[in-house]
Design a protein around this ligand. Structure first.
Ligand code: 2IP
Ligand code: CA
Length: 377
């Protein structure tokens, strides 16, 4: 399975390139940011462009993984459908074609004949990425590709990606918003149990090249399967007291309970579901608590695998609240293989019970404790 990990690191880097190119190349950037000033028709078109960038990345990953591991092709899922209707009312199915020229022609049909934008996008999709250093030698896992499925989030925290604020990251500190919150997330789960077993996270906008060469990314990966736990991030040392990261739109009652528990200076806010879990992975926060069902399997699968490799996990908050004293039950962990039967559309794959991401089970219990009488009615 080292082959699969290397491939995912490679396609995630390709995805990060596409994300960077869409901001760097004038004609693509124009399409990304037009929304703020455009009229209604324009708005719809630009909305489609953002979705198109997501779909193109998703289809590129599907194409590359399906080519090397055909057994996985039918089990590669993402947020987007690849069927589009263009301004002329024509329906176009976006796929990655055999050649750059063919892909460009297909994209031009979706982009209402904008050949410049279509060619730039096609070039990024077909370009080989820079090689990725990852010490995966000797990594063998007791599972084969026919037992695995994949969740892709092509660009998590899209709003931060579009807004494009450039923050300078300070070592050891979380920065609440900005381009660095945008992440490419690729998670692998076991089809039989739904456990997340491998995750790749690529942060396309980690830092600016000091020599003026534009944005540079950073990648993270983890594997947790059959007794093998390996993560590219070493387990951070815990500090004194508990720190938590929340969505700024979290319920006031949760904010109050966690302020009382952590202290105002250890309660932080950040954008992006994936970025908040990455903060827990990196030790910038101890837990990420979310009381709403506003994240989806594609948001949590990849970073969940890294947390498992570090001895932590991502639990269903509602199940934790109901599980009585222990929260020791392995059933409280989020799984990735079964949709919600009574839901429709994207909701079928929502993490409906909310979540808690943690490195340490005792910290999970500490964070959930004060929420019991606030959220369970
Ligand atoms: C979103 C994005 C949002 C997040 C939401 C995700 O994914 O990460 O930022 O909300 O949960 O589903 P918040 O920042 O309040 O945590 P996307 O950008 O891919 O739609
Ligand atoms: Ca997302």
């Amino acid at each position: 399975m080292a082959d699969l990990l290397r491939l995912l690191l490679r396609v995630a880097e390709k995805a990060a390139n596409v994300a960077r190119v869409c901001r760097q190349e004038g004609p693509l950037f124009e399409l990304l940011v037009q929304e703020k000033t455009g009229d209604d028709k324009n708005k719809k078109f630009v909305q489609d462009f953002k979705t198109l960038a997501d779909v193109v990345i998703q289809e590129m990953i599907r194409h590359d993984v399906g080519a090397q591991f055909p057994e996985m092709a039918a089990f590669i899922h993402g947020e987007e459908s690849n069927k589009f209707e263009n301004g002329l009312g024509e329906s176009v199915t976006v796929t990655v074609c055999a050649t750059q020229e063919e892909t460009a022609a297909l994209l031009a049909a979706v982009l209402d004949g904008d050949h410049t934008a279509a060619s730039l996008l096609a070039r990024a999709i077909h370009q080989d990425p820079a090689s990725i250093d990852a010490d995966t030698d000797g990594l063998t896992l007791p599972v084969g590709p026919s037992e695995l499925g994949i969740w892709i989030d092509p660009i998590d925290a899209t709003s931060q990606y579009i807004e494009g604020r450039e923050e300078v990251l300070e070592e050891g500190h979380l920065a609440p918003s900005g381009l660095h919150c945008a992440l490419v997330l690729i998670g692998v789960y076991l089809r039989s149990t739904g456990e997340p077993v491998m995750g790749v996270i690529n942060q396309p906008f980690n830092h600016k090249d000091p020599a003026g060469g534009g944005w540079r990314g950073k990648h993270f990966w983890g594997v947790s399967c059959g007794g093998v736990d390996v993560c590219s991030v070493s387990r951070p040392k815990g500090g004194a007291g508990l720190s938590a990261v929340l969505s700024s739109s979290e319920k006031p009652v949760v904010k109050e309970a966690l302020t009382a528990l952590c202290g105002a200076d250890k309660l932080m806010y950040a954008s992006g579901a994936g970025y908040k879990i990455l903060c827990v992975i990196q030790g910038l926060a101890d837990v990420y608590v979310l009381s709403e069902g506003s994240t989806f399997k594609w948001d949590s699968c990849a970073p969940h695998a890294l947390l498992r490799a570090l001895g932590g996990g991502v639990a269903d908050l509602t199940k934790c609240l109901r599980s009585g004293s222990g929260a020791q039950d392995p059933q409280i962990e989020l799984t990735y293989h079964q949709p919600c039967a009574e839901c429709k559309g994207a909701e079928r794959w929502a993490n409906r019970g909310g979540l808690v991401a943690y490195r340490d089970r005792s910290q999970l219990l500490a964070a959930v404790g004060p929420l019991k009488d606030k959220l369970l009615v």
